[in-house]
Write a protein that binds this ligand. Sequence first.
Ligand SMILES: [Zn+2]
Length: 157
Amino acid sequence: MKTHSSPDCPFCEPQSSSISFYKFREFRAIYNRSPIVPGHSLVIPRHHIQSLLDLSDDEIRDMMVFARQVTENLSRIFPATGFNWTIQDGAAAGQTVPHLHVHVIPRYDGDLPHPGDWYPRILKNEQGYIDNSDEREWLSVDEMGTIVRHIRDNWER
Ligand SMILES: [Zn+2]
């Protein structure tokens, strides 16, 4: 894995350290600053990697094993009975932050008007990291701190 970081990247340290709630090997889980539903988080490499295709087989395995652990914990904490995972890889696919991230979205019956409504919201969410749109609700620093503490306090391995 490459080890450089990008100063303008919202997912590189130290920018993301306050919203990071768990680490596993070369990956970390961070809470989304503008969650589309409660518990909406991201699993990211600790270093600035753009694409899933830049990871080794072992790193992909670590990322997916960690994403499962994150999903199990978030589903219990928030709580949820289903989940969505998604990766936008490359600008053509809607990736706006050039740092690989897996969205982990805990779901429960009736959380959105239609179960498929999560996807357009994700694309808007991705855009929000760049355009700072006022349309979308952003959590305050205090709200983020409370949620991140709550997740850490209730984490089970
Ligand atoms: Zn980065």
